[in-house]
Design a protein around this ligand. Structure first.
Ligand code: SF4
Length: 186
C-alpha cells in the first residue's frame, strides 16, 4: 500500500478536529498541532487541549502542543481589540497561528501544513487560504487549501462531537470574543 503523505494540521478545538482530522486521514498521515495562545482564560485553554487529546487518542494521531504564549498574542492583537469578529484582529490571530504551524512543520521536516479552522461558519475559508498560501511561501512549506464547511462539514462536526460527548465552547477563544459573548447574553 502506498504510504500517505504527512501533513501538520493546526487544530483549534476538539469538535472541529473529530470531523476534519478524520476526513484528512483518508488521504494523509496527520500530525496534529495544538497552538492557540489566543485562548482565554488558561482554564479554558487546558479544557480545550484535554478534549483534543481525547480525539487524538481516538483517531490515533500524534499530537504536538505548541507554547501557550498568550502574552505575545495579546501584544500582537491589542491594537485591534475593538474590531468585530472576522475583522483585522482575527486575521492577525490566524496569521500568527499559521506561521507557528508552518515553522513547526519545517522543523519537523513535514512538507505540508493546513488548518482545520475553515470548518467553522464564523471563519472565512478564503481568508484562511490566502494567509496560509502566503505563510507557506514565506517559510517554504506547502499549504493545503481547504474549505471544510463544504459537504455539510460543520453540521457533521456538530453531530459527531455530540455523539462523542465532547465539550463545545460557546465563544471563539480570546478575551475579546469572551467579553462580546458575555454582552450578548446579559
Ligand atoms: S475572535 Fe477568534 S479568531 Fe478572532 S482574534 Fe479572537 S480568538 Fe482569534
Amino acid at each position: 500500500m502506498k504510504q500517505k503523505q504527512k501533513i501538520l494540521a493546526h487544530i483549534c478545538c476538539a469538535p472541529d478536529a473529530l470531523y476534519v482530522v478524520g476526513l484528512l486521514q483518508e488521504n494523509y498521515e496527520v500530525v496534529g498541532y495544538f497552538y492557540n495562545p489566543n485562548i482565554h482564560p488558561a482554564e479554558e485553554y487546558a479544557l480545550r487541549l484535554q478534549e483534543v487529546k481525547k480525539v487524538a487518542a481516538y483517531l490515533h494521531f500524534e499530537l504536538v502542543e505548541g507554547p501557550y504564549d498568550m502574552e505575545k498574542w495579546l501584544k500582537l492583537t491589542e491594537k485591534f481589540k475593538n474590531e468585530p469578529e472576522k475583522g483585522r484582529r482575527c486575521h492577525i490571530c490566524y496569521a500568527w497561528r499559521l506561521q507557528q504551524t508552518a515553522l513547526t512543520a519545517r522543523e519537523r521536516q513535514i512538507s505540508l501544513f493546513t488548518t482545520i479552522m475553515s470548518v467553522s461558519p464564523w471563519k472565512s475559508a478564503e481568508v484562511l487560504n490566502r494567509i496560509g498560501r502566503m505563510t507557506g511561501r514565506k517559510f517554504g512549506v506547502e499549504f493545503l487549501e481547504a474549505n471544510f464547511k463544504k459537504k455539510d462539514g460543520f453540521r457533521k462536526s456538530v453531530i459527531l462531537s455530540k455523539e462523542f460527548g465532547l465539550y463545545r465552547q460557546n465563544y471563539c477563544g480570546c478575551l475579546y470574543s469572551l467579553n462580546s459573548r458575555k454582552q450578548q447574553v446579559s
